[in-house]
Design a protein around this ligand. Structure first.
Ligand SMILES: NC(=O)c1ccc[n+]([C@@H]2O[C@H](COP(=O)([O-])OP(=O)(O)OC[C@H]3O[C@@H](n4cnc5c(N)ncnc54)[C@H](OP(=O)(O)O)[C@@H]3O)[C@@H](O)[C@H]2O)c1
Length: 290
C-alpha cells in the first residue's frame, strides 16, 4: 500500500488524480485530518493498521512567510513529521519519497545547483526543510529525497492561480524580476515519481537506485516576472506586468535570488524527459484533464 501523506495539498491531489492510471499500485490517501504526521504515536498506529510499503510524503508546512512567526509549528511538520514517517518506514521496511525545496540553496551562485552543492538555507521554512531532509536520511538512508521548486497545480493556492485571479481583476501588476528559478507543474513531478515507484514494484529497478537527493523541476529558467507574463499571455488576460525588484516587495522571509536546479542526475539515472515550463504551463491552463 502506497501512503500519500498531505493528500489534500497541491502535490497530494496530483497523486490522487494520477492513481487510476496505475491500477496495479494500491494507494492510501491521508489528509492532515486522517493522519497528523507530527504525532509519532499516530504515525506508528497508522502503519500498524495498514500494510504500508511506501510513503510519498506530500505533507509539509509550506507557508514560507508565516513560518517566520510560527517556527515551532514549521519544525513540527517539516522536521518531526518527516522523521516520524522515516522512523516508521525503517521499522517496517517501507520505502519513502520525501519532497524538499530549492530554498535550501541561498547564496550568490549563479549556475544551476547540483545535488552535492553546499546548502545555505535562510529563513525558518528553508532551514526546517533542510533539517527534515537530514532527519529522514539519518533514520532511513535509503530514502529518495526530491528537491523541487516553484510548485503549482491546477488547484491550490499557488502563483499561477494568483496571477490568473489578479489578471482578471486588475489592469496592471508588479512582479519581481530578480528572483530566478524554474516552475514545477506538480502533475509532471508526481508522474515522474510514480513511474519510478512502479518500476521498483515491478522489479525493473532496484529500490537502492532511488537513494539520496535528486532535483526535479520543469526545464528552462525564468524570473517570477517572466512567469507572470507567460501566465497572462497563455491565459489571454489583458493585464500589463511590470518588473520590480525584491526590495520593492518586502516579505517576512527572504527568497533566494537564484535557485535553478540542475536535473542532470535524475534524467541520466532514469532516462526521464522533462517538459519545458512553458509547455507545462500551457497544459495547466488549457487542458481540463490534468
Ligand atoms: N509549493 C511550492 O512552491 C513548493 C516549492 C518547493 C518545494 N515544495 C515542497 O513540495 C512538497 C509539496 O508541496 P505542496 O505545494 O503540495 O504543499 P501544500 O499544497 O501546502 O500541501 C501540504 C499539505 O501538507 C498538509 N499538512 C500540513 N501539516 C500536516 C501534518 N501535521 N500532518 C499531515 N499533513 C499535514 C497540509 O494539510 P492542511 O492544509 O490540512 O494543513 C497540506 O495538505 C512540500 O514538501 C513542499 O515543501 C513546495
Amino acid at each position: 500500500m502506497i501512503l500519500i501523506t498531505g493528500a489534500g495539498g497541491q502535490l497530494g491531489r496530483c497523486f490522487q488524480k494520477l492513481a487510476p492510471d496505475y491500477p496495479e499500485l494500491k494507494f492510501l490517501f491521508a489528509t492532515s485530518s486522517d493522519l497528523d504526521i507530527t504525532s509519532r504515536r499516530a504515525v506508528n498506529a497508522f502503519f500498524k493498521k495498514n500494510n504500508i510499503t511506501w510513503v510519498l510524503n506530500c505533507a509539509a508546512y509550506t507557508a514560507v512567510d508565516k513560518a517566520e512567526s510560527e517556527p515551532a509549528r514549521a519544525r513540527a511538520v517539516n522536521v518531526t513529521g518527516a522523521a516520524n514517517l522515516a522512523h516508521a518506514c525503517a521499522e517496517t521496511g517501507a520505502g519513502m519519497v520525501h519532497f524538499s525545496t530549492d530554498y535550501v540553496y541561498h547564496n550568490r551562485q549563479n549556475t544551476p545547483f547540483r545535488e552535492d552543492d553546499a546548502t545555505s538555507p535562510k529563513g525558518v521554512y528553508a532551514r526546517t526543510k533542510l533539517a527534515g531532509e537530514k532527519a529522514v536520511q539519518r533514520m532511513l538512508p535509503g530514502a529518495m529525497i526530491v528537491r523541487t521548486s516553484w510548485v503549482y497545480a491546477r488547484e491550490g493556492a499557488n502563483f499561477v492561480n494568483t496571477m490568473v485571479r489578479l489578471g482578471n481583476e486588475r489592469p496592471e501588476l508588479r512582479v519581481v524580476f530578480d528572483q530566478i528559478g524554474t516552475p514545477t507543474y506538480a502533475p509532471d513531478m508526481a508522474e515522474a515519481v510514480l513511474h519510478l515507484v512502479q518500476k521498483v514494484e515491478k522489479d525493473e529497478l532496484a529500490q537502492e537506485k532511488l537513494e539520496g537527493i535528486w532535483h526535479y523541476s520543469n526545464e528552462g529558467v525564468c524570473s517570477w516576472y517572466d512567469f507572470a507574463c507567460a501566465v497572462m499571455e497563455i491565459a489571454g488576460l489583458n493585464c500589463r506586468v511590470l518588473p520590480i525588484e525584491s526590495r520593492e516587495y518586502p516579505t517576512p522571509a527572504l527568497r533566494p535570488p537564484f535557485s535553478v536546479l540542475n536535473k542532470g542526475k535524475i534524467k541520466e539515472a532514469f532516462g526521464l524527459t522533462i517538459p519545458h515550463w512553458r509547455e507545462s504551463l500551457k497544459r495547466s491552463l488549457q487542458d481540463d484533464q490534468d
